[in-house]
Design a protein around this ligand. Structure first.
Ligand code: APR
Length: 236
């Protein structure tokens, strides 16, 4: 049984599973049709972008148009908006780049892997909303370098500000939730163990009955769809 009180310091880590009910496929599941001919490394690495910026931008723009722009937050996202209003200390760390937590209304969100609707320049990381529509490769209006998606490509490091903010929240939390994430991509995957070692209660929400592995045995495992489980977790 999981009892939560208003003064608990809460951290929620979310992954692709929470967006599944909003119709957003994972990176690999989106590699359908024409995109199935490519390897992920040809579409989402810095060297791929430098070699063929048009291809990489087309891939991101296609996902924005096919899924992200059409998606609306589901009951799991909305439950977390209520949690942020209810708890005195609430931090949301998301590995999703779809922006759905912010669209839903959450404010203290660490977009750990970036945001697919933003671009940043190769020269100085100047940030912009996604401004491309079609063929051209947009350039930074400040320094004239090429604009790339503002996401963490494979093999790239997490933005240091995001990493520090997430580390701090995890190390100081009373309750840690891992929702809809397979827990294989580090450093986010390590947070549940860090929280446990420092004495936090932990809870995994996942549809997969084989999750968690024994090395990451959570205090509480709630099996089911995030959109059904989260709205039913009682707040005192
Ligand atoms: N509710 C809860 N859990 C779900 C649901 C759902 N409706 N649907 C799927 N799941 C679970 C799956 O069982 C799986 O454990 O969500 C998890 C999704 O795992 P992944 O697809 O590996 O996504 P994630 O953990 O976010 O991956 C981390 O890896 O591919 C990279 O950068 C990408 O951010 C991503 C990172």
């Amino acid at each position: 049984m999981l009892t939560l009180k208003q003064t608990d310091r809460i951290v929620v880590l979310t992954g692709a599973g929470i967006s599944a009910e909003s119709g957003i496929p994972t990176f690999r599941d989106a590699m359908e049709g024409l995109w199935s001919e490519f390897e992920p490394e040809e579409l989402a690495t810095l060297s791929a972008f430098k070699k063929n910026p048009k291809l990489v931008l087309d891939w991101y723009e296609w996902r924005i148009k096919a899924f992200v722009d059409k998606a609306i937050p589901n009951p799991a996202h909305m439950a977390l908006v209520k949690w942020e209003e209810y708890f005195d200390h609430f931090t949301l760390i998301t590995q999703n780049v779809d922006g759905l937590h912010i669209k839903a209304g959450n404010k203290n969100v660490i977009e750990f892997h970036g945001n697919i609707k933003r671009m940043k320049c190769l020269g100085h990381n100047h940030k912009f909303a996604w401004i491309r529509d079609g063929e051209e490769i947009p350039l930074c209006s400040v320094c004239n370098s090429m604009l790339r998606p503002d996401v963490v490509f494979f093999n790239e490091l997490i933005d240091s500000e995001n990493l520090q903010a997430a580390n701090k929240a995890v190390r100081n939390c009373d309750v840690f939730f891992a929702v809809g994430t397979s827990g294989v991509v580090y450093p986010a995957a390590g947070y549940i163990e860090v929280a446990q070692k420092l004495g936090a209660r932990t809870c995994v929400v996942n549809t997969d009955p084989h999750y968690p592995s024994s090395k990451r045995d959570p205090t509480v495992f709630l099996r089911g769809k995030a959109g059904e489980v989260l709205p039913n977790i009682p707040l005192e």
